[in-house]
Design a protein. Structure first.
Length: 111
């Protein structure tokens, strides 16, 4: 977004921080759902929810090296969460996360 043409409210909605926090919410929900189904250990889901909330700054720092937003995101989470991060993004594709977290678009006309 071009700052001089963007209101602060809109800039916050489309910011990297908002995007990464929304991705995190999708990932945590998926991990907790898999834990309830017995696919992911419950302690892993708890660790991911508890430790990953501060990860977005690390993800932004590592993005230029990786050149892929979702890989940078999952790598940053893994660094913060530790061994339980092996269950983060389990069974998901990048599109699963990005599309689920995307605001209403033409592909979802009834939002």
């Amino acid at each position: 977004m071009i700052p001089r043409y963007t209101r602060p409210e809109m800039a916050r909605i489309w910011s990297d921080e908002k995007r990464f926090r929304t991705w995190l919410a999708v990932e945590v929900a998926a991990t907790e759902t898999l834990a309830e189904a017995g696919i992911v250990p419950k302690e892993a889901a708890k660790a991911i929810r508890g430790r990953a909330s501060s990860m977005w700054n690390a993800s932004l720092r590592s993005r230029p090296e990786v050149k892929h937003d979702v890989i940078a995101f999952t790598t940053a989470v893994a660094e913060i969460v530790g061994p339980h991060a092996r269950w983060f993004h389990y069974g998901l594709t990048s599109n699963d996360v990005v599309d689920t977290a995307r605001p209403c678009s033409f592909s979802k006309p009834r939002c």
